[in-house]
Design a protein around this ligand. Sequence first.
Ligand SMILES: *Cc1c(COP(=O)(O)O)cnc(C)c1O
Length: 382
Amino acid sequence: MAKMIRKNYLMAPGPTPVPIDILLEGAKDTIHHRTPQYLKIQEKAIEGCKYLFQTENPVFILSSSGTGAMEAAVSNLVSKDDKIIVVNSGKFGERWLKLCKTFGGNVIEIKKDWGTAVTPEEIKETLDKNPDVKAVFTTLNETSTGGKHPIKEIAAVVKETSAVLVVDAISGLLALPLKMDEWGVDVVVTGVQKGFMMPPGIALISMSPKAMELVNKCTTPRFYFDLKAYAKNFPDSPYTPPVNLVYQLSKAVEMLKEEGIENIWERHRIMADATRAGVEALGLKFFAKDAGDVLTSVWVPEGIDGGKLVKYLRDEMGITVAGGQDHVKGKIMRIAHLGYMSQFDIIIVMSGLEMALNKFGYKTELGAGVKAVEEVLMREGV
Ligand SMILES: *Cc1c(COP(=O)(O)O)cnc(C)c1O
């Protein structure tokens, strides 16, 4: 093939593509953070975040990737030997587990098969047996599998107890419905490089009054992520905020608010339905039993090395999707439809996938996946 300029398509579950208007916002002059001019921008960003979290609680801006907010949640809520429940159905549930153990929690693990949802009954049963549990840690969308957990139903159970419910919504927020206040979720954490269409570097955490009470009582040593300091300074920051990223956040929430939360959820639902129809038409089998709309995980066909397939898509075609982790490394593929995606991005990834699979010896009719995607898009009227 002749040498050609290459265009890249980011279809991984984070980081996700960033719209040019948001990128340009970051190029603006850095101003001092202790000024009314800056505070106005941060306040706008926070107001937008509160809308997107569907909460009246404060949303704190942390200078870190998503895991920083996870660590903040644990180090501010879990005191040594506190009994806590962790739902583990993949790599990110496992991260809650590791964090909670790191900070001395007495962890009760609810382990589920990868891609399988925990049931509210399982949570209720565990809480009934352990009335002294302080917190329940779970995940909206388990990015390593594409599986989701029924947060609304879990919240209804946890709400009736003295425990707080903590949700890792790092990849799930905006792609799947989550109504923090209405559902009674106490703590929501996210990172902006996923549904928020931002470059990495900001994590967000929101806390209900019930959770803040626990924060105030928590005896675990912490400093940079001590949320008491963030609450005291709110909506200002205790330390230098990532000024230019906050400009970008302010722009991102403006764009997302303009679209409207219901429309954002619907956009992700349509992209997910189109992708699912496409891979199904190619004869691929779904990996997650309880899949959400963040990403589509599929088994790589027998006899094909998934690692090589993902590498080929990325290096030869410019399409970045994610492979599998741990025991499904090389065996599954994760196609994200998260954040700044249009219907034609789905067509591109499906077209690339068809060509790559054929190249690797998995014979499908060219255009079969694309056709199925187009049929869903036409039906949805997009
Ligand atoms: C991406 C992700 C994380 C980790 O976020 P980092 O920004 O890489 O620290 C944690 N949990 C879930 C569910 C994620 O999707």
